[in-house]
Design a protein around this ligand. Structure first.
Ligand SMILES: C[S@@+](CC[C@H](N)C(=O)[O-])C[C@H]1O[C@@H](n2cnc3c(N)ncnc32)[C@H](O)[C@@H]1O
Length: 331
């Protein structure tokens, strides 16, 4: 539990740490490892995403003088507040219980977002980086560390991992995978993506200390010996030159009754387009007026296949098209 590799963590009482455990990793070791790859200065605003029992939040405040919003889904903010108060950091660490996919914070509020052994629960979705990036200021940092793979498993699961493996573990990935995953949307610059040297031993040591009867995990780590399992981290900086798309928070539509079946006497009188498609209907009427092609007129104004191509679908339209629809529907 006390290792020269993590001198800051070594100052904390192991009983306090074990009593505050909320997952399968030593939160102090992972936070110390991650903090070595980012510059933290007193007064910085940090979002600790998936903080569990807020051990990492307390550590970051005490060690670096930062202000931390300790945010977690499963663990109670009240329990965390008691721990934070006992640690004497309640004027700088603020616990909140909420979902990482539905955060209540202002855009650009944080100087850095850190996530310790938690990002895999929500962050593998391709839509998540564009979502979370908006909460850190341009030039701010997004950083995560946690259990992962030292190389991707592309085919069959190796035999020695099978007993321990669960379906959700397919969200474990290598540092190279995280680099690609974060680089794809072109919103951040990835500054670091690597694995902890001998990370599997740190994982195993922690298991022996906190859950010595977790035989399956211990046996799996011993059999694997760092072939697949270990700790990975990734650090990225939000780009200054790339503005983020405004998220769509709601689409103010209005229900209009339409005949459902063909042959209904009211079919002709009702609009055939739902509100979001009115632009398509207008566009088509204009095309009919402007285009004298004879088969258009005979085909009721639509050349086969052509009119359809101009009708925007709510599913396929870009968000800027949808925003124009919304603005028009509001009028
Ligand atoms: C393995 S625990 C790690 C906790 C803590 N960071 C630590 O290292 O001890 C994973 C944490 O992720 C959090 N989590 C999972 N899904 C989440 C979500 N959608 N939003 C916020 N937190 C989430 C859980 O509440 C849990 O505390």
């Amino acid at each position: 539990m006390r290792t020269p590799r993590f001198p800051r963590s070594a100052c904390y009482n192991p009983d306090w740490l074990i009593a505050s455990a909320s997952g399968g990793a030593n939160a102090l070791w992972l936070t110390e490892w991650l903090s070595e790859a980012i510059e933290l200065e007193p007064g910085m605003r940090i979002l600790d995403l998936g903080c569990g029992r807020a051990v990492s939040s307390i550590f970051l405040q005490r060690e670096f003088g930062v202000d931390v919003w300790a945010t977690d889904l499963w663990f109670s903010a009240s329990e965390n507040l008691a721990r934070i108060r006992d640690a004497g950091v309640d004027s700088h660490v603020f616990p909140l219980q909420c979902d990482a996919r539905s955060l209540p914070y202002a855009e650009g509020f944080f100087d850095a977002i850190v996530s310790i052994d938690s990002f895999v629960y929500y962050g593998t979705d391709d839509t998540y980086l564009p979502y979370i990036a908006r909460f850190v200021r341009p030039g701010g940092v997004l950083a995560m560390a946690g259990a992962g793979l030292l190389r991707e498993i592309d085919g069959v699961l190796p035999a020695h991992l099978r007993e321990w493996w669960e379906p959700a573990m397919w969200s474990l990935h290598s540092a190279a995978w995280w680099r690609r995953h974060w680089e794809k949307p072109n919103l951040v610059t990835v500054e670091r993506a690597d694995a902890m040297p001998e990370g599997w031993r740190a994982w195993l040591d922690w298991q022996h200390a906190v859950a010595p009867d977790n035989f399956v995990e211990i046996r799996t780590l011993e059999d694997d010996r760092g072939e697949y399992l270990g700790y990975v981290r990734a650090v990225a900086r939000r780009r200054l030159d790339v503005p983020l798309e405004e998220p769509i928070r709601s689409v103010p539509t209005q229900y209009t009754k339409h005949p459902m079946l063909r042959g209904d006497s009211r079919e002709r009188s009702a609009s055939r387009f739902p509100p979001l498609c009115r632009r398509g209907a207008r566009l088509r009427r204009r095309m009919v007026r402007e285009d004298p092609t004879p088969d258009r007129a005979s085909a009721g104004g639509r050349a086969p296949g052509r009119g359809r191509a101009h009708r925007p679908s709510p599913l396929t339209s870009t968000s800027s098209t949808r925003k124009r629809h919304v603005a028009r529907d509001r009028k």
